[in-house]
Design a protein around this ligand. Structure first.
Ligand SMILES: NC(=O)c1ccc[n+]([C@@H]2O[C@H](COP(=O)([O-])OP(=O)(O)OC[C@H]3O[C@@H](n4cnc5c(N)ncnc54)[C@H](O)[C@@H]3O)[C@@H](O)[C@H]2O)c1
Length: 431
């Protein structure tokens, strides 16, 4: 069978763009034809070419890139989303022929931004993909397939719990709530909320079939607000959590209603940047009547042990695991993270959909729904109350709501009425 070819053009050449290259090596039919970025485009182009993914050209602008590819892949920081999509849409309206456009999570820092992206894409009749990789994770899909007959007989899952945690992001802009959109809830809550909603959804029903009813959430600044860690953050990342803090811990619960049966089901999410284990962990489980599933990405079939005497020989612990924090002791290694985390299959889905003139499984309109739930969680934590998503006035308010933390005014919320913790905790090793 003929495999269609889609020419990708990357906007952004940083962490996730490079991770996507590892995924694309496992998908037939996608060429990396171009890249544009503020920093790192030439190195990225070389890496793509050396990986056999195409003759990757460096372009000076988003508009130029758009003219020369079939699909633009937005892997730039959250604060640049709107201007990038305006440039893509401008180029398309001026004649560029795009088959589709992909945007990494989160779609927007708030509902207004996410809605603007959806409207811009509609105005140019663009096919879209919102890259929420965790829905494509093979373990997630395998449990759904394996338990499908059980769910059919016993009834759907009633509770899903999803967590994504690591020790904190790799670039300063992620830590700055005004540029990123918040702290760990904006950055990683979008993943866990999406995957919770998805695994609860009965087989064969649309992504948004289960209707969100209410959200409760609680945020904390449990590690990076302590004096020694605040100083380290300022020194290493240039972000001052004494002035503009963001949450490093988030947890909450979303209640959904099945519109056919009236059954209420719940998705709990937990996210942190204060996770003290080998590296990134995705933990998901679900409970139905008489059955359950559990996924833990730190349980790998491959463990390494590296003793103190041998530890100096390690060059780069992150080759073992994303956001690795240790290079000795008993280490978990994931040999194919790009596939495990779902990057491979989200690209295969975009290729198939765009080649056939369709939106991908997760269109931008879905990304907007996830942004709404993330904002409802911020609202709940900020106001210390349940946010009712069946209330028209609340939904209207969410359209323009910008969390205090995102505005850079989160100190009162995160440090509490007593103000910032003083004194010393143990200074971070190697700081
Ligand atoms: N799905 C996932 O698991 C996942 C993981 C990491 C990041 N992400 C998302 O991907 C996006 C990028 O994150 P990252 O970790 O790669 O960031 P990064 O800081 O490592 O890289 C960002 C890249 O974008 C470039 N850039 C900055 N401003 C730009 C602009 N205006 N126009 C063009 N290029 C610009 C930078 O020069 C750099 O090459 C974020 O939205 C993030 O949320 C998703």
């Amino acid at each position: 069978m003929h495999t269609p070819t889609l020419k990708y053009g990357f906007v952004g050449a940083g962490f996730i763009a490079r991770f996507q290259l590892a995924a694309l090596g496992q998908v037939r039919g996608i060429d990396v034809a171009g890249v544009t970025a503020v920093k790192g485009a030439p190195e990225f182009a070389r890496l793509a070419a050396d990986s056999g993914l195409g003759d990757t050209r460096v372009f000076e602008s988003v508009e130029e890139l758009t003219k020369h590819v079939d699909c633009v892949v937005i892997c730039a920081p959250n604060y640049a989303r709107v201007e990038i999509v305006e440039a893509i849409v401008g180029a398309v309206k001026a004649g560029a022929q795009l088959k589709g456009v992909i945007c990494e999570k989160p779609l927007g820092r708030n509902v207004a931004e996410a809605r603007r992206l959806v409207e811009l894409a509609r105005s140019a009749d663009l096919r879209t993909a919102y890259f929420e990789n965790q829905i494509f994770m093979k373990p997630v899909r395998a449990q759904l397939a394996q338990l499908e007959p059980v769910r059919r007989q016993m009834g759907p899952l009633a509770l899903a719990r999803s967590a994504e945690e690591h020790g904190g992001p790799h670039e300063g802009w992620f830590w700055d709530p005004t540029r990123q959109g918040g702290g760990v809830l904006c950055d990683m809550g979008c993943h866990s909320i999406a995957v919770g909603w998805h695994v609860l959804t009965p087989t064969g029903k649309p992504l948004t079939f289960l209707e969100p009813q209410e959200v409760t959430a609680d945020l904390g600044l449990l590690k990076w607000g302590l004096p020694a860690w605040r100083e380290k953050l300022l020194k290493d990342r240039g972000v001052d959590y004494a002035k503009t803090p963001a949450e490093d811990f988030a947890t909450g619960m979303i209640t959904f209603r099945n519109p056919e049966t009236g059954q209420l089901v719940k998705a709990q999410f937990t996210n942190s940047w204060m996770f003290e284990k080998q590296g990134l962990r995705l933990l998901m489980d679900g409970m139905g009547p008489g059955y359950a599933f559990e996924i833990n990405t730190l349980l790998s079939p491959l463990n390494l042990f590296i003793g103190d005497v041998a530890a100096d020989a390690i060059k780069d612990a992150e080759t073992a695991l994303e956001k690795s924090t240790a290079s000795r002791g008993l280490l978990a290694v994931q040999h194919n993270e790009a596939d495990l985390y779902g990057y491979t299959d989200e690209n295969a889905d975009a290729l198939e959909a765009f080649s056939n003139g369709r939106d991908a499984l997760l269109p931008w309109s879905y990304g907007l729904e996830i942004t709404r739930l993330v904002m409802a969680a911020y609202m709940s934590a900020e106001r210390k109350r349940v946010v009712d998503l069946t209330d028209a006035a609340t939904l209207r308010e969410l359209e323009t709501y910008v969390p205090l933390i995102q505005q850079g005014r989160g100190a009162g919320q995160l440090y509490g009425s007593g103000g910032m913790a003083a004194g010393r905790s143990r200074p971070p090793g190697g700081a």
